[in-house]
Design a protein around this ligand. Structure first.
Ligand SMILES: [Zn+2]
Length: 450
């Protein structure tokens, strides 16, 4: 049953494309863009007046840790150093129960959907006793909500007993990690054409410094064999270069290459400390970067290589990764923060607001190697976010898309994923949000106080 989404106030499409008359969505796919003042050439059985809405491609979040929303604001250290941060929070996460993981995943995915995000990556890396099936739980939540999701099957196999930071009871051995990774990929991933996939699994050691060399290498081999992607966290702190050299006698990028990770199958999150030569190597290899503006801002380590990386062909996407940095899961906020810092550091050669927005849609889709999402065009999945511009901060005479990106972040009025309405009139379908928030808060209080 096709629907004509008719005459939007504004629509974000490729430069030079006229979709002023809206678009046709048939089942899960965009089948026609309608020029301004015209009627669709294809048949439709329903229509929606979108004259109050700016329509953009659903945003794509390339990194998050949903369970960490349970400790948002807890044990914040003045300098946000990763080591003390982990030492404070890891013991709390070792007490996670299946119900906590379910609540955190559900509330975070709801938060993302309400902000216009239609696809999100969750990197789950702690597996305390009783949480062996954490990713199955999170995948059930995504299926119930009908949100498009990528689950990064995290892993840590080095703990306090090995001289590392995590407590012994949240890490796993290689056998447990690899057998579960294989099970999840075989259960969820499509082989060949991945178009329209609602859930995907990728393999994702927490950080090369928290797993053994053997596991890093075995993970890359397994990903090649199972035809899935690789994800990890990398180059977050200034001293990583020294740590890699001390432990492995390799630079961080040489380590990635040596272990089969410097390729177009990989995207990394949190990367800040790269040299110009590193960026060129990423570009040659096609390795993508999930850029996390709030995380960089909070740590006071905002990098200036983004323009150069884009020029070198490095795929760049955006990510909220902000629960651990104690902010909300609103990707539009990250677009604006990214723009502000770009302008501060690069001046007039910074990216434009439209280019910055594209990082959160097309750029993020490239991180996930997804050709079917991230853009409003014929043949793409109907993942769409609709925003109203009826506040006093918006001026009716200006370009609505510019107004949407620059005036302030806001919540979506409507959100469609794979042709289904998940948010209507600013509300999620079939979710009792106040009840969910109360349950999540109860779980968070228990975790942080015991
Ligand atoms: Zn992270």
């Amino acid at each position: 049953m096709a629907i004509w989404i008719k005459n939007p106030l504004g629509i974000f499409v490729d430069d030079g494309v006229d979709a002023g008359g809206g678009l046709i969505v048939d089942d899960a796919v965009i089948t026609e863009l309608v020029p301004a003042g015209r009627e669709p050439s294809s048949t439709f059985s329903r229509w929606l007046d979108a004259s109050d809405h700016v329509i953009v491609p659903g945003l794509i979040n390339t990194h998050h840790h949903y369970y960490q929303t349970l400790t948002r604001g807890f044990g914040v250290t003045a300098k946000y150093d990763p080591a003390p941060w982990r030492m404070i929070r890891d013991p709390i996460w070792s007490r996670l129960r299946p119900s906590d993981v379910r609540l955190a995943a559900k509330l975070t995915m709801c938060e993302l959907l309400l902000s216009g995000c239609t696809t999100s990556v969750n990197h789950h890396d702690v597996f305390p006793k009783g949480l062996k099936h954490a990713i199955d739980i999170e995948a059930e939540v995504a299926t119930d909500l009908r949100m498009r999701a990528v689950f990064a099957r995290g892993s840590m196999n080095l703990s306090i007993k090995d001289g590392s930071l995590p407590p012994d009871d949240i890490v796993q051995d290689n056998w447990a990690i690899l057998t579960d990774s294989e099970r999840l990929v075989k259960k969820h991933n499509l082989l060949g054409d991945r178009s329209g996939a609602m859930i995907e699994i990728v393999l994702a050691p927490c950080s090369p410094l928290l797993v053994s060399s053997e596991l890093m290498r075995a993970t890359a081999v397994m990903a090649e064999h199972l035809e899935c992607r690789l994800h990890t966290q990398f180059a977050q702190t200034e001293d990583e270069d020294r740590l890699f050299k001390e432990r492995f006698r390799l630079s961080p990028l040489d380590y990635l290459e040596e272990h089969g990770w410097l390729s177009d199958k990989t995207w990394i999150a949190h990367g800040v400390h790269f040299s110009d030569a590193d960026i060129r190597r990423f570009g040659s290899a096609g390795t993508a970067i999930a850029f996390c503006p709030t995380a960089h801002w909070v740590r006071g380590s905002y990098p200036s290589w983004v323009n150069d990386a884009i020029a070198s062909g490095v795929p760049i996407g955006l990510a909220v990764r902000s629960s651990a940095a104690n902010a909300s899961s609103n990707l539009m906020r990250e677009v604006r923060l990214f723009l502000q810092h770009q302008r501060s550091s690069r001046g007039r050669v910074a990216l434009t607001h439209r280019e910055a927005f594209r990082l959160a849609t097309e750029g993020s889709a490239r991180c996930l190697a997804r050709a079917d999402i991230g853009k409003i065009a014929v043949g793409k999945q109907a993942d769409l976010a609709f925003f109203k511009l009826n506040e006093q901060r918006c001026s009716a005479g200006s370009d609505p898309v510019t107004n949407l990106i620059l005036s302030d972040e806001r919540l979506a009025d409507r959100v469609m994923v794979a042709g289904r309405w998940l948010v209507e009139n600013g509300k999620l379908s079939n979710v009792d949000l106040p009840k969910l928030k109360e349950a999540r808060n109860k779980a968070a209080r228990r975790l942080c106080m015991t």
